[in-house]
Design a protein around this ligand. Structure first.
Ligand SMILES: *Cc1c(COP(=O)(O)O)cnc(C)c1O
Length: 388
């Protein structure tokens, strides 16, 4: 019988350990360099100043561990954070020591009937429609909220008619509006006309609304000019080392290193095939590494037969498909010294400074966000550097 998922309120109170307990018996290791996260935060802070930074730690900190990232960035001076869901917010609030009381904003808003949990855990919803505002505001003490104005994404946020409605007297009674925000659809393309269009719509909407801090920029927006930064920026991917604007050099340090156990080396003869579907055929006698990570570990199947891993500056191409638990790398062109090193270490770095999350995104025809958020499922997480 399926066990019932515990409600957020059933979770342990203060100082609970992080959700991911390291296991020494796993084949994949996800190392998170907290010093690199700090360095990336400083690059963003310098870009955005005098605007404040509210790091986005949704989806468990893009797969790197929301609690550790939050602790680390509190130590850098961040005093507000964004998550996507109420459960993510409660997990962070419960895990942080009481001396750390950052504001925690919930992008997906307040689910029906959950307003009291926001108050109980000192959380702030981002309200995305007039209906949500109606449900959330009270006749007693005003409740804190961020209000999301849509400027062209057409996903969450108040549309133009809803914003007009808000300007009517009394519509904001019962709410303590802490911030107005909107979200850029195309900040990864600095010259996209949507950027300026959204900024100007946001400015126009703010002009007639009660004064509160304003926020528009994600990581890509932080790299646009100052007119996009308003009072607070909300970077995610850049903190985790992804490149927010693919057409430009990456300004951010890699944060994640993903390594997997070498199960064995094997040689195959010219003409032999490898893996499911026999879709790789050796064009020469070859040396292969069988590595214990597959699509169930977050290595996209679409990277099969086209991705490669850089080892000491030499390319080891993927031979055949990505299986659920394994990939095969062709080491034939590697110098013997590098092969010896791999064999000695018994472990291969698949993602890191040499083969980046953006490289993997390109192999798999996706974005670094999807690579990062997929890596945590079956790996042991280890933190390097200083949390505080
Ligand atoms: C995820 C998200 C961000 C962070 O975006 P990045 O591109 O990762 O910097 C900022 N704002 C909102 C509303 C988001 O959903």
């Amino acid at each position: 019988m399926a066990s019932k998922r515990p409600m957020p309120t059933d979770r342990p109170a203060a100082d609970a350990p992080p959700a991911c307990v390291p296991r020494p018996d796993t084949d994949c290791v996800l190392r998170v360099d907290l010093d690199a996260v700090r360095a990336n935060y400083r690059v963003l802070a310098a870009r955005a100043a005098p605007a404040a930074i509210a790091p986005v730690v949704k989806a468990d900190g893009y797969g790197t561990g929301a609690v550790e990232i939050t602790r680390t960035l509190c130590a850098e001076g961040a005093d507000s954070f964004f998550v996507a869901t109420l459960a993510e917010a409660i997990d962070i609030r419960n895990a942080l020591a009481p001396r750390l009381r950052p504001a925690v904003y919930v992008l997906n808003g307040c689910p029906p009937g959950r307003a009291d949990l926001f108050a109980a855990h000192d959380l702030i919803p981002v309200l995305n429609s007039l209906d949500q505002i109606e449900v959330y505001r009270t006749t007693s003490a005003p409740r804190p909220a961020v209000l999301h104005i849509d400027t062209g994404m057409n996903r969450l946020g108040l549309d133009r008619a809803e914003v007009e409605e808000l300007k009517k007297p009394g519509r904001l009674n019962g709410l303590d509006v802490r911030m107005w925000m909107s979200h850029l659809a195309c900040a990864d393309e600095p010259d996209h006309p949507m950027n300026v269009r959204q900024r100007d719509r946001f400015r126009a909407a703010l002009a007639d609304l009660p004064k509160a801090p304003a926020s528009l920029a994600n990581s890509g927006g932080c790299l646009l000019d100052k007119s996009f930064h308003f009072d607070l920026v909300r970077p995610g991917i850049a903190l985790y080392g992804g490149n927010p604007q693919a057409a430009r050099p990456n300004l951010f340090r890699p944060v994640v290193t993903y390594s997997a156990r070498l199960c064995r080396l094997r040689t195959v003869a010219k003409g032999d095939s490898v893996g499911y579907g026999a879709c790789f055929t050796a064009s020469r006698d070859s040396l292969l590494a069988i590595v214990a990570a597959g699509y169930a570990d977050g290595l996209f199947r679409s990277a099969g037969n086209r991705g490669f891993v850089s080892l000491e500056g030499h390319k080891a191409p993927m031979a055949g498909r990505v299986s659920m638990d394994l990939i095969v790398l062709d080491l034939t062109d590697l110098p013997q010294a590098v092969v010896n090193k791999v064999a000695r270490e018994g472990e291969i770095e698949l993602i890191g400074a040499q083969t980046t999350v953006d490289d993997w995104a390109a192999f798999a025809d996706t974005i670094a966000y999807e690579i990062l958020t997929g890596l945590g499922r079956r790996s042991r997480r280890i933190y390097d550097g200083h949390a505080d």
